[in-house]
Structures are given as C-alpha cells and as structure tokens.
Design a protein around this ligand. Structure first.
Ligand code: SPD
Length: 358
C-alpha cells in the first residue's frame, strides 16, 4: 500500500527541489553570460557586466518600503522570525532598486549612516568596524604570509579597508555582482568605501564563483562578505561554493565567510560546517558581537586548505604580529580577541561540532 503521507511529503520536497534547481540554473545561466567594458576609475580593472537580455531573466527586486513606518526602519525577515530590530531614521539619503536588490541608505538618530539591502541591515556607521575587522584580520593574521587576497561581495568597501592595512598584501581582488552597491557606498559611506582607493585593489563586477573558476590555486586568503542566505546569496552558503573557494586557494590558504548567528542559525551553521569539512584541512567557527545585526552577534566560518608552512594548525591563534601602528587604529580586533572569538558557548559548540569540551 502506498503511504499517502510519505508520498505527499516526497512530492512537496521534489517540487521544492525542482524549483530550487530551476532557480539555480537561471541564476547560473545569468551569471555565466558576461561582456567587458572599460571603467572610469584609475584603480579599477575593466568591469564586466551582463548583457540586457540576461538582465531580463533575473527576478525583479522587491520594494522594501513597507519596513519604514513613522520614520523608523524595522528589520523584519524570515531568518529571525518573531523579532525585529528598529532604528530611528532622521533622513533617507538613497532608496532605489538595482537590477539585483533594494538599496536603502539612511541617516539614523544614533547609529550614523545605515546601509540596508533587501530590507536587511548590512552596516551602521556606529558598529561596522566589529564585523569588518574580524572578518579581515582573523584570516590574514592566521596566515604566515598572505600576498593575494580575494573578497567576494563586500561592495561597501569596509573589508577592503581592513585588508589594505596589511603592507605585505600585494593584490586585493574584489568580485561584487551589484555595481550600484559600490557606487552608493562611494557616495554616502566614504569611511568604508575608502577601501576602494588602495592601488592594490582590482574590482571585478561579476559572480565570485565564476571568477574563482577562472583563477585556480591563486589566492592566499578568500573572504566572502555576503548578505544572508535568502535569494541570490543563498548559493554562497552551499557546498559547491566552498569547493570553488577551496580550488581557488593556494596551498595553506584560508577562507573566511559570513557565518550567521549562533542564537538564530545553528541549524544552518552545523550542517554547513559538517558538509564542507571533507574539503578542507580544518574548519572552525568564530564570532563577534555587533549590536545592529540580528541578536547582536555574527559569526565566521573559517577553513584552511592543506599544505603551506603552518599546515594543520587552524586559525585559532594569530601566527604573525600586527604592527603597533595598525593595532592603534583598530577598534575591535586585538590578538586576545582573535583567540577568544573561537570559544563558543556550550550549546553552539555542541550544535556545530558535536563536542562541548573543545
Ligand atoms: N544579517 C546581515 C549580515 C550582513 C553581512 N554582510 C555585511 C556586509 C558588510 N560589509
């Protein structure tokens, strides 16, 4: 006899899988078509744009104006059900939809300027340094000699600003899909977009996975500064993307990716860490506190490729000293907080690594 309940569940899940597969095919088809045109900035390589026919296939972005009520922005979303963080708006500086997403910049009453993409806070002037410093300095200082660094996403420039503090880094590539995020950040958020001014920075307006495929065994550190796994960014939280990062690393290379929040997302983080473990020599998780992200915390998945002089050591301790003049300018990262960031509360340690003692 056919178990109707099981059959029904199966057909629902196969429908979901089919639509996910269709969406992925659409996205990949879209991302794989590109053409080059020159850029105006002296520091940028020629930028690469999809042709208009491909743009037509991309799902139109939604308008998130409904999150603004009586001069307050309310961050409501499916990844933090039943809770909402709100900021008082004193002035809306920019609100448009790019071909990819809704882009909002506003001046807030107590958090300075705020960048919001598809209704989700990406950075506030008051606390952005916590995330950007940790995301950049943990992998860079866990690597003995990083020369080539890739940033995937990160169009506001904040992570670039932090990487640029490292004199030993020779080249910093950034792959950002949405050129408008870069333009808007340069106009309204110069304290982060200053990162684009470093002459070592090369900008590629294209899909990170495609870029990595074309640049195998090329980078010492790859940082994926993405938004959350809803819509186009969801592929960045899947194993094929980690495989692409692994293959684009040099021996002993390190990846550091936006790893969501243990209070809200251990059910996403645990399976992802376990899924990518066979690809890398070490896979670890660190976090920082940051009041304007959901539940006040965000983490990083940090993984190393085998080989290199520090093989097998993982990233829990810095292997180089950062100069006094650099440390003086940092507001969150210290060598002590580098180590402390990997110490997880018991529930998170168990859920992600299955062991509370480490
Ligand atoms: N929940 C929001 C997570 C946003 C992470 N990316 C922020 C980009 C800052 N450069």
């Amino acid at each position: 006899m056919v178990d109707v309940r099981h059959h029904k569940q199966e057909s629902i899940s196969s429908r979901v899988n089919n639509s996910l597969a269709r969406a992925t095919v659409l996205l990949l088809t879209y991302l794989s078509i590109s053409s080059a045109h020159p850029s105006n900035s002296p520091h940028q390589l020629p930028t690469i744009h999809p042709p208009p026919s491909a743009m037509a296939d991309f799902p139109p972005p939604q308008d998130y104006s409904h999150l603004i009520i009586d001069n307050w922005f309310h961050e409501r979303g499916p990844l933090w059900p039943g809770q909402s963080f709100s900021l008082q708006i004193t002035k809306i500086l920019h609100h448009t939809q790019s071909p990819y997403q809704d882009i909002l910049v506003f001046e807030s009453a107590h958090h300075g300027k705020v960048l919001v993409l598809d209704g989700v806070i990406q950075c506030t002037e008051r606390d952005e340094f916590a995330y950007q410093e940790m995301m950049a300095h943990i992998p860079l200082l866990a690597h003995p000699n990083p020369k080539r660094v890739l940033v995937v996403g990160g169009g506001d420039g904040g992570v670039l600003r932090e990487i640029a503090r490292h004199p030993g880094v020779e080249e910093i590539c950034i792959c950002e899909l949405d050129e408008q995020v870069i333009e808007v950040s340069k106009k309204y958020l110069p304290y982060m977009a200053v990162g684009f001014e470093d002459p070592r920075v090369k900008v590629h307006i294209m899909d990170g996975a495609k870029f990595m495929k074309e640049n195998q065994s090329s980078f010492d550190v790859i940082i994926t500064d993405s938004s959350d796994p809803v819509g186009p960014a969801s592929v960045l939280f899947e194993t094929p993307f980690y495989k692409a990062m692994h293959d684009s690393l040099r021996e002993g290379g390190i990846v550091c990716t936006q790893g969501e929040c243990v209070w809200l997302h251990v059910d996403l983080i645990g399976p992802l860490v376990r899924a990518v473990k066979p690809l890398f020599e070490t896979v670890e998780y660190a976090y920082c506190t940051i009041p304007s992200y959901p539940s006040g915390q965000i983490g990083f998945i940090i993984a190393t490729k085998s080989g290199g002089e520090k093989s097998g050591r993982g990233c829990k301790e810095p292997v180089r000293e950062v100069g006094e003049e650099v440390l003086r300018d940092l507001r969150y990262y210290t060598p002590e907080i580098h180590k402390a960031a990997f110490v997880l509360p018991a529930f998170a340690q168990r859920a992600i690594f299955g062991d509370a003692s480490k």
